[in-house]
Design a protein around this ligand. Structure first.
Ligand code: KIV
Length: 284
């Protein structure tokens, strides 16, 4: 378990030493407690909560208020972990001012250490404005789920030379705008490797290979909780869905055949009180 909360400077030191950084999403208090106990370096309260918690088809419907509420719960569960809040769709696209004010809510209301926003060249002015306002911005390029409509779905990016060049241009724009870290999603490892050699800020991958400073996974994928689909890059480390369904069906069966509750799950009357109680009931 990490005792001291890591800072952006610690992540730069890890990068320098070639120490890999572990990053996982969390959306609620108990999962955040588990993540901190497991020693994760960073947590992302991703807008993937739209799918993983609320059952939406994608991230677009997620609101600022939902994100802030989940960030608050995660902070309570992981007080000593570096936590990144994820800016939802239409919380930063409209103007630099909107981006600064909404980024600020993550810090003021939910005690986040950084905020993440999707896009490269096209959001550079927002990253610059957020950075100039004194906040840590994390860029997110490649497969950016909030614009999956424009990308033709949740599809890998940068698979042709021209497309890969555009991903690199986005990476450079994010760093030049002042972002402290960069997440690359859904691109071939060769592209991430090139970005990693070109940038000085820590570069993380989700579905973008091993040639970078750290990895991010969605907790609901990692523990086998999210059942709608499993992206190619996900490794399931356990299957809690099976465990939960079995526990619930065992409970259901035990209620029906009166195996539950047994004596060990019942409160006992204080010695001598049962006789008095029965007598009282007779007199009634
Ligand atoms: O919301 C999220 O969890 C994310 C990841 C998909 C990178 O942005």
């Amino acid at each position: 378990m990490s005792s001291k909360k890591l800072s952006v400077i610690d992540f730069y030191k890890k990068k320098e030493k070639g120490e890999k950084i572990s990053w996982l999403t969390s959306y609620d208090f108990p999962t955040a407690q588990f993540a901190e106990a497991a020693g994760l370096d960073m947590i992302l309260v991703g807008d993937s909560l739209g799918m993983c918690v609320y059952g939406y088809k994608g991230t677009v419907p997620v609101t600022m208020d939902q994100c802030i509420m989940h960030c608050e719960a995660v902070r309570r569960g992981a007080p000593n972990t570096f936590i990144v809040g994820d800016m939802p769709f239409l919380s930063y696209q409209a103007s630099d001012e909107q981006a600064v004010l909404n980024a600020g809510r993550f810090l003021k209301e939910a005690d986040m250490d950084a905020i993440k926003l999707e896009g490269g060249v096209r959001v550079a002015s927002k990253i610059r404005a957020i950075t100039e306002a004194g906040m840590n911005a994390v860029g997110h390029i490649g497969l950016t789920p909030q614009s999956s409509g424009q990308l033709g779905g949740h599809k890998a990016q940068g698979r042709t030379a021209d497309a890969a060049q555009m991903v690199v241009e986005d990476a450079v724009a994010v760093q030049e705008a002042g972002a402290k870290m960069l997440l690359v999603e859904g691109v071939p490892p060769e592209v991430t490797r090139y970005i990693h050699t070109k940038l000085t800020i820590p570069v993380y991958s989700i579905g973008a290979g091993v040639y970078c400073d750290g990895q991010l996974l969605i907790v609901s994928d990692l523990i086998g909780q999210f059942q709608a689909f499993t992206p190619k890059f996900v490794k399931k480390y356990c299957n809690v869905s099976e465990m939960i369904i079995k526990a619930m069906s065992d409970y259901c069966a035990e209620v029906k055949n009166e195996q539950f509750p047994s004596d060990e799950h019942c409160y006992k009357m204080i010695d001598g009180e049962e006789e008095k109680f029965l007598k009282l009931m007779k007199e009634d």
